[in-house]
Design a protein around this ligand. Structure first.
Ligand code: URP
Ligand code: ZN
Ligand code: ZN
Length: 461
């Protein structure tokens, strides 16, 4: 199968060139001017369009048992949503509970994706307990191609790890060359604050924010980086939401800790008032952890992405429906399943509110939404760049398209969209995963099962 993408403007994190791209057997074979199309080649005219490397979402939840329920998507729904939005690789959090067998959980998560995904995928292996047996299984999982762990400092009594476990995860990760991704919020502070607020009769969604203010997240980052420093472990803070926690990470970076910072599209586009407005059905849609923050954080996060002190942009896609699941917390905000879906719309929103508003340039757009993730998590240069020899994960981007987002037409399996009615500028006109066309002009045209597991080598020594 051969494809020639002609006349586009190729935008990588570090280059910009008008050239053709020849794809053969799922790989980019040639980049150059006026390339010949071998017989039988599908020719795509990308004149007036940008050509980006496929976008990578470093933090999604698809199969997620959480807070007494399960996130709504499956690979059949989520991977369609991903590719229609230009995301060609997902890194899912494999999140076993503390009593679940580690290897079996890894196999369970992987089994949900294998044969069902339209895009490529890999996992951060969640560590929610640490003992001799789980350590032995983690070693096998790393040998199987998983080079990142995930830990939660939040969620006391559920997914959260103790300091003893944290220390041992850091030790093992350092030994294996694995990077530790972490949800940073002090679990005890959250638990105490939740109890205080509930005792005071403060049960509505807006109180969620008050149970986990910025200092709770900053403490989590400081805590993580102290344990990282003691072991020399490389760490990555997921869903970093505010100036306080970014600053805590930057201080650690100055002290020599190897730390990378992720923020989310939701924190750039939504502020805390979304979880305050309207009745329960409206406000509960916007409950996630860490919570949506005060608007003043947004320009700081944009600045961090443009300047490069924030590395990646993710979604933390975690869909729980309004009809049933969010209702679990109608009388108690601590029971609202945490999460805001955004897998399908991350790239469009980043473009519309970032590039089109002059907050970031196109190279940072590609870097934050694709290249940095590939580099940090051992996928580069197979993924994250348009280069000879790289996988042909390609997004032909139509900058002239104008649209409006609605849950009525999205591919995500969820009954609301946090961007309902928002206008978008630009969208993927064509998306390929290893040379196969999977999306065209907002429609899924690919095959479920085309997506492959991506084996990754440890890279952080
Ligand atoms: O609110 C969130 N972030 N839900 C998903 C689970 C997590 O903490 O990442
Ligand atoms: Zn989290
Ligand atoms: Zn998450």
């Amino acid at each position: 199968m051969t494809m020639l993408i002609r006349n586009g403007e190729i935008i990588n994190a570090d280059s910009r060139v008008k050239a053709d791209i020849l794809v053969e057997d799922g790989v980019i074979r040639q980049i150059g001017e006026k390339l010949d199309a071998p017989k039988g080649t599908e020719v795509i005219n990308a004149r007036g369009k940008y050509v980006f490397p496929g976008f990578i979402d470093p933090h999604v939840h698809i199969y997620l048992p959480f807070m007494g329920t399960y996130a709504k998507d499956t690979y059949k729904t989520a991977s369609k949503a991903a590719v229609v939005g230009g995301t060609t690789t997902l890194i899912e959090m494999c999140c076993p509970g503390p009593t679940d067998p580690v290897m079996k959980s890894y196999e369970l998560w992987r089994g949900k994706a294998e044969g069902n995904s339209a895009c490529d995928f890999t996992f951060h292996m969640g560590v929610t307990r640490f003992d001799k047996k789980s350590e032995a299984e983690l070693r096998k999982i790393v040998a199987d191609g998983i080079s990142s762990f995930k830990i939660f400092l939040a969620y006391k009594g559920a997914l959260g790890v103790s300091d003893e476990q944290l220390f041992n995860v850091m030790r093992l990760a350092k030994e294996l060359g694995v990077i530790v991704t972490a949800h940073c919020e002090n679990a005890e502070l959250v638990a105490q604050m939740q109890q205080r607020l509930i005792d005071e009769g403060k049960t509505a969604p807006k109180w969620h924010y008050h149970s986990r203010p910025p200092m709770v997240e900053a403490e989590g980052v400081h805590h993580l980086t102290t344990f990282a420093a003691m072991n020399g472990t490389h760490v990555y803070t997921v869903h970093t939401s505010c100036r306080e926690s970014v600053t805590a990470a930057l201080r650690a970076r100055e002290r020599g800790v190897k730390i990378w910072i992720e923020t989310l599209i939701q924190y750039l586009t939504h502020d805390m008032t979304y979880a305050e407005k309207g009745g329960f059905d409206r406000a509960s849609r916007y409950v996630m952890s860490p919570p949506l923050r005060h608007k003043s954080n947004q320009e700081y996060l944009w600045h961090g992405l443009q300047q490069g002190f924030i590395n990646t942009l993710a979604t933390d896609h975690a869909p729980f429906d309004v009809k049933k699941q969010k209702q679990m917390g109608r009388n108690d905000f601590t029971k609202i399943p945490n999460g805001i879906p955004s897998l399908e719309d991350r790239v469009k929103m980043f473009w519309t509110h970032g590039v089109c508003e002059g907050r970031i340039d196109m190279h940072r757009f590609v870097d934050c939404a694709s290249t940095q993730t590939a580099k940090i998590f051992g996928l580069f240069p197979r993924k994250g760049t348009i280069a000879v020899g790289s996988d042909a994960d390609i997004v032909v981007w139509d900058p002239k398209y104008r649209g409006k987002i609605s849950a009525r037409k999205h591919y995500m399996n969820i009954d609301y969209n946090p961007y309902e009615g928002w206008t978008t500028k630009g969208r993927p006109a064509l998306v390929t995963v290893r040379g196969e066309t999977v999306a065209k002009d907002g429609e899924f045209v690919g095959k479920l099962g085309h997506g492959q597991f991506l084996s990754r080598e440890p890279t952080h020594f």
